[in-house]
Design a protein around this ligand. Structure first.
Ligand code: FAD
Length: 639
């Protein structure tokens, strides 16, 4: 019997819910999936999917309008006031920015995913709060899941409104359900005649929630019984903000993205017609996860767009700022930062561009590529903003308003840093991305062999597993020791990058072996060794990034741009060092010790160190704040 902890789901329940919602089938091949199996399937991503010139021509008028608009936007004012003026929102509506991917027959611009992410990258280079507004609506808000899962009637009903700028929001997170949706409390009960559902619950940090006309709400619906056991059901509902019982309880404010329209939303006895279920009863979590899998393509492109703007500001400053008799960019410590910013930005754009290109080409399952792109680009983007701030020195730490007030160029690195940090947390935190990727990375081995090492499996299950093992491993394992990357001259078409491709091929096989060895060595315990799994994920991510950078540099070279080769080369040199280090410490030299110390620290056994400080945990008027919040609740108007 599973035990509940303080009303929260147990680890097993959490895992069962996540497994039930997982996409167990692959809709097409995947370079990264093969990579974790030790197979370097370059043919899946090379040559780089070409840009469609017709689509580029179709997107141009909109992108030009958007660019002209962004030049006029006062982002320091938005940051200072914490509001995006209605006039800006209206202008975005009029140019079609809320319906970029909505098909033309429903009133949208009907542009492709790549045009959409191009637009988002451009917006991010100027204003993170506007990115949040447009992206929460189109990457995860109603248009995307409606396109994927909506009935024709639902599309006819909602697309035209959404395209005109009826803002939507995606409501999954709750106070107890952050990374773990099994803790969801919001619930919708069917009425006795089954025609409606009555929704109750609260959704936290719902972006656009304070301004939305439409919500996509994930809520629990009655459990179903599977094999004699109750199974939790989560269903996705389209909810109108104007319906009785929908209430904005609180507008949340953050470190960055100051004008994000994000709130705590309460639903009290909200009556939802059955036809407002999206996809089907009980399919809500799967819908949310699939939506996030594709929606996740926006953040990697945005992170690359932001990094390009930071690179431009940094290289200009490094060339013009003279200290100690030379431009600071001539001092090696600053020069290496500029170089790695350029090389990493190139790799980030390669990863984002390749992944979107593969998604559009079709017949390709991009979930792993998209997850790596999200994790890798947001983490590298964060390092780039940190380096940009360091290069700008004190001016990096100063606000744009303050710089302007004393007559200096108001380069908003300080704001960029505040805005960028959340990228590592929302739409799947870095840790959850690594867990997700790791789960898929070991999937084939688990499916084939897990029953053999699992103490709980029956004799019949073990026999079946043995059959699978005998069929797969005798051919697969020896083949992981020999490959093209061992041949001097192979991948010759990549010219100076050929050595990096050979490295990627060899280390892909090594990764496949390492994951297999880890499974044999650790058995079911591997599931709990997050750091080992995460190192495997990080190696896979580096190999994917290297390959993406080389493949794109090769495409650019063929288009007459030779300079990209040096960026891909530098990126690969650095990535190779990281890969070697990750392999060298694959099992961790002190993982167990860290875990032991962490538990001891959490038990308070080292609280003796915490003297001479003012505690952050001190109650700084929480009681008063609670009163204010509850007073606000009383006066809060239905949206
Ligand atoms: C500005 C902002 C906008 C947002 N917009 C939306 C939105 O529009 N819609 C929506 O539904 N939600 C939204 N969210 C919620 C966001 O997606 C969550 O913050 C995110 O899912 C993480 O949940 P949490 O913050 O509760 O962290 P927790 O789940 O409490 O996790 C805390 C930390 O523990 C780590 N962690 C958790 N579980 C594990 C594990 N098993 N193994 C290892 N590490 C683990 C996490 O990675 C994290 O570092 C938003 C949040 C913010 C701050």
């Amino acid at each position: 019997m599973s035990q509940r902890v303080g009303g929260l789901a147990t680890e097993k329940e959490a895992r069962d819910v996540a497994e039930a919602a997982r996409e167990s089938e692959w809709s097409g091949p995947s370079f990264v999936r093969e990579l974790f199996l030790g197979r370097f399937r370059l043919d899946l991503i090379y040559p780089h999917p070409p840009e469609d010139p017709d689509e580029a021509a179709r997107a141009k008028p909109f992108l030009d309008k958007l660019e002209a608009f962004l030049h006029r936007v006062d982002s320091d004012m938005i940051d200072r006031t914490g509001e995006i003026p209605e006039a800006y929102v209206q202008e975005l509506r009029e140019m079609g920015a809320f319906g970029i991917k909505i098909p033309r027959e429903y009133g949208g611009l009907g542009l492709s995913y790549s045009s959409y992410v191009k637009a988002m990258a451009m917006v991010t280079s100027k204003d993170g709060s506007i990115t949040a507004l447009l992206s929460a609506h189109q990457s995860i808000g109603l248009p995307q899941p409606l396109k994927l899962f909506g009935s024709e009637a639902q599309k006819q009903k909602y697309f035209p409104r959404l395209a005109k700028g009826a803002i939507s929001a995606f409501a999954l997170t709750e106070v107890d359900a952050g990374s773990d949706p099994a803790n969801m409390h919001a619930h919708a009960e069917p009425t006795p005649d089954g025609k409606e559902f009555i929704l109750n619950g609260e959704k936290l940090w719902c972006t656009n929630g304070t301004r939305a006309e439409l919500f996509l709400v994930m809520a629990r619906t009655p459990d179903v019984v599977v094999n004699g056991k109750p199974r939790k059901q989560i269903t996705a509902f389209i909810v109108e903000a104007k319906w009785p019982g929908v209430e904005v309880v609180h507008r949340c404010r953050f470190m960055g993205l100051k004008a994000i329209e994000n709130g705590l939303i309460r639903f009290t006895n909200v009556r939802i017609p059955r036809e407002n279920i999206l996809w089907g009863e009980g399919k809500g979590l799967k819908l949310a996860l699939i939506t996030l899998n594709t929606g996740r393509l926006t953040l990697p492109a945005s992170a690359a767009g932001g990094s390009k703007a930071l690179l431009q500001a940094s290289r200009t400053w490094a060339a013009e700022r003279v200290q100690w008799g030379a431009p600071i960019g001539k001092h090696e410590a600053v020069a290496q930062k500029v170089a790695m910013m350029a090389a990493n930005t190139f790799a980030m754009e390669s990863i984002a561009g390749l992944t979107v290109g593969l998604a559009e080409r079709g017949n390709y399952d991009i979930r792993l590529e998209a997850a790596i792109a999200k994790m890798y680009n947001t983490e590298h983007g964060w390092r780039i903003v940190d380096d940009a701030l360091q290069i700008r020195g004190g001016r990096g730490y100063e606000t744009a308003d303050s710089l302007r007030a004393r007559g200096e160029r108001p380069i908003p690195i300080e704001r960029a840093m505040r805005d960028a940090r959340i990228n590592l947390i929302f739409e799947g935190s870095s840790e959850i991305m690594r867990l997700f990727i790791a789960r898929e990375a070991v999937d084939h081995h688990f499916k084939t062999a897990f029953a053999l090492v699992d103490k709980e499996s029956s004799r019949a299950e073990k026999t079946a597993a043995l059959g699978r093992v005998m069929k797969f491993y005798p051919a697969w394992y020896p083949a992981r020791w020999v490959g093209k990357g061992q041949l001097p001259g192979s991948f010759g078409e990549f010219g100076t990058l050929a050595g990096h491709m050979r490295f990627a091929e060899r280390h892909t096989r090594k990764l496949g072996r390492a994951i297999f060895h880890a499974m044999v060595r650790l058995g079911p315990k591997l599931e709990r060794r997050q750091l080992v799994l995460f190192r495997a994920v990080d190696i896979g991510a580096e190999l994917f990034a290297m390959t993406a950078a080389c493949v794109r540099a090769q495409m650019l070279k063929q288009q007459g741009n030779e300079q990209a080769i040096s960026l891909a080369d530098l990126f690969c040199r650095a990535a190779r060092v990281r890969v070697e280090q990750l392999f060298a410490g694959f099992y961790g030299n002190y993982d167990a010790e860290m875990y032991r110390v962490a538990q001891s620290v959490m038990r308070g056994e080292h609280a003796w160190m915490e003297t001479g400080i003012i505690e952050m945990l001190e109650d700084h008027g929480t009681t008063a704040a609670r009163t204010t919040a509850s007073q606000e609740r009383e006066v809060a108007q239905p949206v």
